[in-house]
Write a protein that binds this ligand. Structure first.
Ligand code: B12
Ligand code: SF4
Length: 498
């Protein structure tokens, strides 16, 4: 029998996972915790290294890998933190050349070949769900470093005879209840200081729980239907509630953030989870993301009784044409208005996602969105973004076809001429800018931040300047600054009017 490899699973410093949410807190990496639990159950020595909460910098990581000499280093990667994760893979190979380096997570799943092509220090990519694939890799791992033992593993992309080969995808885990609960004990849970402010109750300790995988819908900018599939797999209500009970008992958790893409993907199951939460008197608050068009008043009432205090949903655009034809989100405006009114009536915080600069979106269409935002000013929490392109999505395909992503574009290089990013707002991810000018995009974003009373742009200016890498970046910053002054001045004049 092969010896068991020593596995280390890393969250790289900075980027996506280091993002601080809700008053200095961040969230445990559920994906790594789930893989960790599966490996641990099989007796495979596994360590999870969340550099962000452990305060480990690059030198510390190099020293750790050099002295620990793990057999396998796995790094989780999103498009937002891809450069940090690539750096960690390179660093691991340099510190310990015999290590097997693996990337997994949304970015790796969607851009596996791109990663392997440009990062020679990377040995293989795990696509999709990592639990069973990692387990098989560990079972087949050969101490001599011979990668051929992994040649047939499903769900991986690797080099064979100098060529990058994509092995057949692994079928999704059919029954999610068979997975052990995430190995929370493998990370210093308290150090996450994960909290949420619940109105009237203050800042409460929180935890993240994923009750389903997949989304039945197919929005053009979204990675989920491709990454997790459109067939939604759901944990049983009993299994979900037991995890919450454990989190309460072990960590005193009082708020649950359901990480599901669409908590109400199956409204009957959502209802059953809430029923059990009520019956078992869990007495927790929760927040989640849902889809507007399949939400009913009855389900919202039930969710409120089960502890719902914060609900996120995407309208994406005020224009029917953009939502239906471009995004592929068949949502009626009336459903959006109804749901928002119900939330307001029930005292649930409504957090609505809006996006500007969809393909072919005109200034007039974008105005419809900003009017909706302004209509609900002070009543809802709005999350506003300029459309970002993520790998593997229908939008990426379109961006390559239309030249928004130039020929030969690779996700592995930090900067390429002609690509517009807003690193200050959201990682180094390319924006889809089509019909709107930069001045118009700036105006939309700034009007939103004024209506939402967001931090002053002037305060962000020094940091924004530090990201300038080209004349184009600088010009866009100047334009945004000019638009900012124009809006401020107009608002000032309006105030002076008798
Ligand atoms: C909850 C969530 C958030 C939360 C919390 C994020 C956090 N810090 O944990 C919040 C709301 C903060 C958030 C924010 C954002 N998010 Co988010 N988020 C999610 C969501 C819904 C769940 C993440 C999760 O924990 N999943 C559960 C675990 C079990 O899955 P997992 O981490 O992917 O891990 C599995 C596999 O990927 C794999 N795996 C993962 N790592 C590794 C490593 C190894 C070595 C191996 C072998 C395997 C492996 O195995 C795991 C187990 O099966 C996902 C969508 C999704 N369904 O996963 C989007 C998702 C990750 N988010 C996404 C995006 C785009 C964002 C935002 C940019 C959105 C926005 N417009 O603001 C921001 C970025 C924040 C930032 N500063 O960078 C995208 C990322 C796309 C990409 N290519 O990277 C996703 C995939 C959503 C989507 N539909 O496109 N997000
Ligand atoms: S409904 Fe949400 S998770 Fe589903 S495809 Fe659309 S954006 Fe993605």
């Amino acid at each position: 029998m092969n010896p068991k490899p020593k596995v280390q699973l890393y969250v790289s410093p900075g980027g996506y996972f280091a993002e601080r949410w809700s008053k200095g807190s961040s969230m445990p990496p559920l994906g790594l915790l789930s893989i960790g639990a599966v490996l641990e159950k099989e007796g495979i020595p596994v360590e999870i290294v969340p550099s962000n909460v452990l305060g480990l910098g690059w030198d510390d990581l190099e020293h750790k890998i050099r002295t620990d000499r793990p057999d396998i280093v796995g790094v989780t990667i999103t498009t937002e933190n891809r450069f940090q994760s690539f750096r960690l893979i390179r660093l691991a190979k340099k510190a310990h050349p015999g290590v097997l380096t693996i990337l997994g997570g949304p970015h790796a799943s969607m851009a596996a070949e791109d990663c392997l092509e440009h990062i020679p220090e990377l040995d293989l990519v795990v696509r999709g769900e990592g639990e069973e694939t990692m387990l098989e890799i560990c079972r087949l791992w050969d101490a001599s470093g011979d990668l051929r033992t992994l040649n047939e593993v499903r769900g991986i992309v690797l080099r064979k005879n100098g060529l990058i080969v994509r092995n057949p995808i692994r079928p999704p885990i059919a029954d999610l209840d068979t997975l052990p609960f995430p190995a929370y004990h493998l990370v210093p849970f308290e150090k996450y200081n994960f909290t949420f402010e619940v109105p009237g109750h203050g800042l409460l300790p929180a935890a993240n729980v994923m009750t389903s995988r997949g989304c039945p819908f197919n929005c053009s900018f979204c990675a989920t239907p491709v990454n997790w599939g459109r067939h939604v797999r759901m944990r049983s209500p009993e299994n979900v509630v037991r995890e919450i009970e454990l989190l309460k008992a072990r960590y005193g958790v009082q708020v649950i953030f359901f990480f599901d893409d669409t908590f109400n993907a199956n409204p009957k199951r959502a209802d059953a989870v809430c029923d059990l939460m009520i019956a078992r008197k869990l007495d927790v608050f929760f927040k989640c993301d849902i889809r507007i068009d399949i939400m009913s008043r009855a389900l919202l009432d039930k969710m409120k009784r089960a502890g719902l205090f914060h609900l996120s949903y995407g309208l994406e655009a005020g224009s029917d044409r953009i939502r239906e034809e471009i995004v592929g989100k068949q949502i009626e405006m009336a459903d959006f208005h109804n749901l928002t009114a119900w939330c307001l009536e029930l005292g649930i915080i409504a957090n609505v996602f809006f996006i500007f600069s969809h393909p072919t979106e005109t200034w007039a269409e974008a105005q419809v969105t900003i009017k909706v935002i302004e209509q609900y000013q002070d009543k809802i929490e709005g999350s506003v973004a300029i459309l970002h392109i993520y790998p593997g999505t229908p939008l990426e395909k379109l961006a390559r076809e239309t030249g928004v992503l130039p020929e030969g574009f690779t996700w592995t290089r930090p900067y390429r001429k002609g690509i517009i990013t807003l690193p200050l707002a959201q990682g180094d991810v390319p924006l889809y800018i089509d019909k709107l000018t930069w001045a118009q995009v700036s105006e939309l974003i700034l009007r939103w931040s004024f209506s939402a009373k967001k931090t002053s742009l002037l305060k962000k200016a020094p940091r924004a300047l530090s990201y300038v890498r080209s004349w184009g970046d600088f010009k866009r910053l100047l334009i945004m600054g000019g638009v900012y002054m124009k809006i401020k001045y107009t608002r000032h004049l309006r105030k002076l009017k008798p």
